[in-house]
Design a protein around this ligand. Structure first.
Ligand code: URA
Length: 288
Protein backbone atom coordinates (compact mmCIF):
# COMPACT_ATOMS: atom_id res chain seq x y z
CA UNK A 1 0.00 0.00 0.00
CA UNK A 2 1.41 3.41 -0.97
CA UNK A 3 0.97 6.10 1.69
CA UNK A 4 -1.50 8.79 0.64
CA UNK A 5 0.25 11.90 -0.66
CA UNK A 6 -0.78 15.41 0.27
CA UNK A 7 -2.32 17.38 -2.63
CA UNK A 8 0.89 19.47 -2.85
CA UNK A 9 3.14 16.40 -2.96
CA UNK A 10 0.87 14.79 -5.52
CA UNK A 11 0.96 17.88 -7.71
CA UNK A 12 4.76 18.05 -7.42
CA UNK A 13 4.98 14.41 -8.45
CA UNK A 14 2.75 14.96 -11.48
CA UNK A 15 4.81 18.00 -12.51
CA UNK A 16 7.96 15.88 -12.18
CA UNK A 17 6.42 13.17 -14.40
CA UNK A 18 5.28 15.72 -16.98
CA UNK A 19 8.70 17.39 -17.12
CA UNK A 20 10.29 13.97 -17.54
CA UNK A 21 8.07 13.40 -20.59
CA UNK A 22 5.75 10.91 -18.86
CA UNK A 23 2.31 11.93 -20.02
CA UNK A 24 0.34 8.73 -20.19
CA UNK A 25 -0.27 5.71 -17.99
CA UNK A 26 0.33 2.29 -19.49
CA UNK A 27 -1.29 0.32 -16.70
CA UNK A 28 -2.66 0.52 -13.17
CA UNK A 29 -0.04 -1.75 -11.64
CA UNK A 30 3.71 -1.13 -11.80
CA UNK A 31 5.59 -3.96 -13.52
CA UNK A 32 9.13 -4.89 -12.51
CA UNK A 33 10.71 -5.39 -15.95
CA UNK A 34 13.99 -6.56 -14.42
CA UNK A 35 12.24 -9.43 -12.66
CA UNK A 36 10.69 -10.47 -15.97
CA UNK A 37 13.96 -11.85 -17.24
CA UNK A 38 13.51 -14.65 -14.66
CA UNK A 39 10.08 -15.55 -16.04
CA UNK A 40 9.95 -18.92 -17.77
CA UNK A 41 9.28 -18.62 -21.48
CA UNK A 42 5.74 -19.55 -22.46
CA UNK A 43 4.18 -20.71 -25.66
CA UNK A 44 1.99 -18.27 -27.58
CA UNK A 45 0.17 -20.78 -29.66
CA UNK A 46 -2.49 -18.35 -30.90
CA UNK A 47 0.08 -16.09 -32.47
CA UNK A 48 2.45 -16.66 -35.29
CA UNK A 49 6.06 -15.80 -35.31
CA UNK A 50 8.43 -14.32 -37.82
CA UNK A 51 10.57 -17.08 -39.30
CA UNK A 52 13.86 -15.27 -38.86
CA UNK A 53 13.33 -13.78 -35.47
CA UNK A 54 10.74 -15.03 -33.06
CA UNK A 55 8.94 -11.66 -32.97
CA UNK A 56 5.22 -12.09 -32.70
CA UNK A 57 3.17 -10.70 -35.57
CA UNK A 58 -0.41 -11.25 -34.47
CA UNK A 59 -2.85 -12.91 -36.79
CA UNK A 60 -0.78 -12.60 -39.98
CA UNK A 61 -1.53 -15.28 -42.50
CA UNK A 62 1.45 -16.86 -44.14
CA UNK A 63 4.10 -15.45 -41.83
CA UNK A 64 4.67 -18.68 -39.98
CA UNK A 65 5.08 -22.10 -41.53
CA UNK A 66 3.45 -25.34 -40.39
CA UNK A 67 6.85 -27.02 -39.86
CA UNK A 68 8.18 -24.24 -37.69
CA UNK A 69 8.16 -24.68 -33.90
CA UNK A 70 5.57 -22.61 -32.06
CA UNK A 71 6.44 -19.13 -30.80
CA UNK A 72 8.45 -18.94 -27.62
CA UNK A 73 8.59 -15.51 -26.01
CA UNK A 74 8.76 -14.33 -22.42
CA UNK A 75 5.48 -12.85 -21.23
CA UNK A 76 5.45 -9.08 -21.70
CA UNK A 77 9.14 -8.92 -22.57
CA UNK A 78 9.96 -6.82 -25.62
CA UNK A 79 11.77 -8.77 -28.34
CA UNK A 80 15.50 -8.34 -28.77
CA UNK A 81 16.24 -5.44 -31.14
CA UNK A 82 17.93 -7.63 -33.77
CA UNK A 83 14.94 -9.98 -33.73
CA UNK A 84 12.54 -7.05 -34.04
CA UNK A 85 14.54 -5.59 -36.91
CA UNK A 86 14.63 -8.80 -38.85
CA UNK A 87 10.92 -9.36 -38.25
CA UNK A 88 10.20 -5.84 -39.49
CA UNK A 89 12.25 -6.43 -42.62
CA UNK A 90 10.56 -9.72 -43.29
CA UNK A 91 7.05 -8.36 -42.69
CA UNK A 92 7.60 -5.21 -44.74
CA UNK A 93 9.01 -7.05 -47.73
CA UNK A 94 6.07 -9.45 -47.69
CA UNK A 95 3.52 -6.63 -48.14
CA UNK A 96 2.26 -6.50 -51.70
CA UNK A 97 0.22 -3.32 -51.33
CA UNK A 98 -0.40 -0.50 -48.87
CA UNK A 99 -3.40 -2.17 -47.25
CA UNK A 100 -1.32 -5.27 -46.53
CA UNK A 101 1.49 -3.10 -45.18
CA UNK A 102 -0.94 -1.22 -42.93
CA UNK A 103 -2.21 -4.51 -41.48
CA UNK A 104 1.35 -5.70 -40.89
CA UNK A 105 2.35 -2.46 -39.16
CA UNK A 106 -0.76 -2.56 -36.98
CA UNK A 107 -0.05 -6.12 -35.90
CA UNK A 108 3.71 -5.68 -35.40
CA UNK A 109 4.80 -5.93 -31.76
CA UNK A 110 8.53 -5.40 -32.18
CA UNK A 111 8.64 -1.68 -31.36
CA UNK A 112 8.05 -0.69 -27.74
CA UNK A 113 6.51 2.65 -28.81
CA UNK A 114 3.39 0.82 -29.86
CA UNK A 115 2.62 -0.05 -26.24
CA UNK A 116 2.29 3.59 -25.18
CA UNK A 117 0.68 4.97 -28.34
CA UNK A 118 -3.11 5.05 -28.65
CA UNK A 119 -3.10 4.33 -32.37
CA UNK A 120 -0.96 3.40 -35.31
CA UNK A 121 -0.53 6.52 -37.44
CA UNK A 122 0.10 5.22 -40.94
CA UNK A 123 -0.95 7.67 -43.62
CA UNK A 124 -3.06 10.57 -44.76
CA UNK A 125 -3.70 12.23 -48.08
CA UNK A 126 -3.99 10.23 -51.26
CA UNK A 127 -2.25 7.01 -52.14
CA UNK A 128 -0.57 7.24 -55.54
CA UNK A 129 -0.25 11.04 -55.32
CA UNK A 130 2.81 12.45 -57.13
CA UNK A 131 4.34 13.86 -53.94
CA UNK A 132 4.97 12.12 -50.62
CA UNK A 133 5.84 14.03 -47.43
CA UNK A 134 7.50 12.09 -44.59
CA UNK A 135 7.86 13.49 -41.07
CA UNK A 136 9.46 12.06 -37.97
CA UNK A 137 6.77 10.67 -35.67
CA UNK A 138 3.21 11.47 -34.62
CA UNK A 139 2.50 13.99 -31.90
CA UNK A 140 -0.42 14.11 -29.49
CA UNK A 141 -3.15 15.13 -31.95
CA UNK A 142 -1.94 12.63 -34.53
CA UNK A 143 -1.96 9.88 -31.89
CA UNK A 144 -5.54 10.73 -30.97
CA UNK A 145 -6.77 10.98 -34.53
CA UNK A 146 -4.67 8.23 -36.12
CA UNK A 147 -3.49 10.46 -38.99
CA UNK A 148 -0.16 12.20 -39.58
CA UNK A 149 0.18 15.97 -39.44
CA UNK A 150 -3.25 16.95 -38.15
CA UNK A 151 -2.07 19.16 -35.27
CA UNK A 152 -0.65 22.69 -35.46
CA UNK A 153 2.33 21.69 -37.57
CA UNK A 154 0.00 19.80 -39.90
CA UNK A 155 -2.13 22.91 -40.32
CA UNK A 156 0.97 24.85 -41.26
CA UNK A 157 1.95 22.08 -43.69
CA UNK A 158 -1.49 22.43 -45.30
CA UNK A 159 -0.96 26.17 -45.71
CA UNK A 160 2.51 25.62 -47.20
CA UNK A 161 1.11 23.08 -49.65
CA UNK A 162 -1.72 25.47 -50.46
CA UNK A 163 0.81 28.16 -51.32
CA UNK A 164 2.04 26.02 -54.23
CA UNK A 165 -1.39 24.83 -55.26
CA UNK A 166 -1.38 21.50 -53.44
CA UNK A 167 -3.71 19.95 -50.94
CA UNK A 168 -4.05 16.54 -49.35
CA UNK A 169 -5.93 15.20 -52.34
CA UNK A 170 -2.72 15.65 -54.34
CA UNK A 171 -0.24 14.54 -51.69
CA UNK A 172 0.49 11.45 -49.60
CA UNK A 173 1.76 11.89 -46.02
CA UNK A 174 3.45 9.53 -43.55
CA UNK A 175 6.07 9.42 -40.81
CA UNK A 176 9.28 7.46 -40.27
CA UNK A 177 7.78 6.17 -37.01
CA UNK A 178 4.08 5.22 -36.95
CA UNK A 179 3.66 5.43 -33.16
CA UNK A 180 3.86 8.50 -30.95
CA UNK A 181 6.89 8.46 -28.64
CA UNK A 182 5.67 9.16 -25.08
CA UNK A 183 5.81 12.84 -24.23
CA UNK A 184 6.93 13.53 -27.83
CA UNK A 185 10.46 12.49 -26.94
CA UNK A 186 12.94 11.92 -29.75
CA UNK A 187 12.74 8.33 -31.02
CA UNK A 188 15.83 6.29 -30.20
CA UNK A 189 18.14 5.11 -33.03
CA UNK A 190 16.95 1.58 -32.27
CA UNK A 191 13.27 2.52 -32.65
CA UNK A 192 14.06 4.28 -35.91
CA UNK A 193 16.00 1.28 -37.22
CA UNK A 194 13.13 -1.09 -36.38
CA UNK A 195 10.57 1.11 -38.14
CA UNK A 196 12.73 1.88 -41.18
CA UNK A 197 11.77 -1.21 -43.23
CA UNK A 198 8.09 -0.22 -42.94
CA UNK A 199 8.45 3.38 -44.13
CA UNK A 200 10.85 2.29 -46.87
CA UNK A 201 8.31 -0.23 -48.14
CA UNK A 202 5.53 2.36 -47.78
CA UNK A 203 7.44 4.73 -50.07
CA UNK A 204 8.14 1.91 -52.51
CA UNK A 205 4.47 0.91 -52.66
CA UNK A 206 3.17 4.50 -52.79
CA UNK A 207 5.43 5.22 -55.79
CA UNK A 208 5.59 9.02 -55.47
CA UNK A 209 7.31 11.05 -58.19
CA UNK A 210 8.89 13.21 -55.50
CA UNK A 211 9.79 12.48 -51.88
CA UNK A 212 9.98 15.35 -49.38
CA UNK A 213 11.50 14.76 -45.94
CA UNK A 214 10.15 17.13 -43.31
CA UNK A 215 12.94 17.93 -40.89
CA UNK A 216 16.34 16.56 -40.07
CA UNK A 217 15.42 13.17 -38.55
CA UNK A 218 13.46 12.11 -41.65
CA UNK A 219 16.23 13.47 -43.88
CA UNK A 220 18.99 11.62 -42.03
CA UNK A 221 17.01 8.40 -41.80
CA UNK A 222 15.75 8.22 -45.37
CA UNK A 223 18.32 10.14 -47.40
CA UNK A 224 21.35 9.35 -45.25
CA UNK A 225 22.37 13.03 -45.30
CA UNK A 226 24.48 13.88 -42.27
CA UNK A 227 24.79 17.63 -42.95
CA UNK A 228 22.63 19.91 -40.86
CA UNK A 229 19.17 20.59 -42.23
CA UNK A 230 19.99 24.26 -42.80
CA UNK A 231 22.77 23.26 -45.20
CA UNK A 232 21.07 20.29 -46.81
CA UNK A 233 17.52 21.59 -47.24
CA UNK A 234 16.36 22.18 -50.77
CA UNK A 235 19.11 19.98 -52.25
CA UNK A 236 17.61 17.54 -54.75
CA UNK A 237 19.06 14.04 -54.39
CA UNK A 238 18.15 10.60 -55.64
CA UNK A 239 16.34 8.22 -53.30
CA UNK A 240 16.70 4.58 -54.33
CA UNK A 241 14.06 2.14 -53.23
CA UNK A 242 13.75 -1.33 -54.76
CA UNK A 243 14.32 -0.85 -58.48
CA UNK A 244 13.13 2.76 -58.46
CA UNK A 245 14.92 6.07 -58.23
CA UNK A 246 12.91 8.99 -56.90
CA UNK A 247 14.01 12.62 -56.70
CA UNK A 248 13.99 13.66 -53.07
CA UNK A 249 14.68 16.70 -50.97
CA UNK A 250 14.46 17.79 -47.37
CA UNK A 251 12.86 20.94 -46.07
CA UNK A 252 12.34 22.46 -42.65
CA UNK A 253 9.87 20.74 -40.36
CA UNK A 254 6.66 22.78 -39.88
CA UNK A 255 7.05 22.45 -36.08
CA UNK A 256 10.41 24.22 -36.40
CA UNK A 257 8.81 26.92 -38.55
CA UNK A 258 6.20 27.49 -35.85
CA UNK A 259 9.03 28.13 -33.40
CA UNK A 260 11.20 30.08 -35.88
CA UNK A 261 8.89 31.86 -38.33
CA UNK A 262 11.87 33.73 -39.79
CA UNK A 263 12.95 30.45 -41.42
CA UNK A 264 9.76 30.34 -43.49
CA UNK A 265 11.57 32.19 -46.28
CA UNK A 266 13.93 29.20 -46.72
CA UNK A 267 11.03 26.77 -46.61
CA UNK A 268 9.27 28.87 -49.25
CA UNK A 269 12.27 28.45 -51.57
CA UNK A 270 12.11 24.69 -51.04
CA UNK A 271 8.42 24.67 -51.83
CA UNK A 272 9.09 26.55 -55.08
CA UNK A 273 11.62 23.83 -55.94
CA UNK A 274 8.94 21.24 -55.16
CA UNK A 275 6.47 23.04 -57.41
CA UNK A 276 8.91 23.16 -60.30
CA UNK A 277 9.81 19.45 -59.99
CA UNK A 278 6.12 18.54 -60.03
CA UNK A 279 5.58 20.80 -63.05
CA UNK A 280 8.53 19.17 -64.85
CA UNK A 281 6.90 15.80 -64.27
CA UNK A 282 3.65 17.14 -65.63
CA UNK A 283 2.05 16.22 -62.32
CA UNK A 284 0.09 18.91 -60.62
CA UNK A 285 -2.37 18.34 -57.88
CA UNK A 286 -2.85 22.04 -58.60
CA UNK A 287 -5.86 24.03 -57.61
CA UNK A 288 -4.80 27.00 -59.72
N1 URA B 1 5.40 15.93 -36.51
C1 URA B 1 5.74 14.90 -37.31
O1 URA B 1 6.91 14.70 -37.63
N2 URA B 1 4.75 14.12 -37.74
C2 URA B 1 3.48 14.30 -37.44
O2 URA B 1 2.63 13.54 -37.90
C3 URA B 1 3.16 15.40 -36.61
C4 URA B 1 4.14 16.20 -36.17
Amino acid sequence: MVAALSPDALEALLVFYRDAGIDCAVGDIAVDRFAESDVQPVRRSADQVSAASGVVIRGQEGVGSPQRPAAITAVGAPPAPEAALSAAREAASSAQDLDALLRLVESFDGCALKATASRTVFEDGTRGAPIMFVGEAPGREEDLEGKPFVGRSGQLLDRMMGAIGLDRSGAYIANVIPWRPPGNRTPTPQEIAICLPFITRQIELAQPKLLVCLGSPAMQTLLGIKDGIMRARGRVVTYRVGAREIPALATLHPAYLLRSPIAKRQAWRDFLTIRSILDDHGTGGTKR
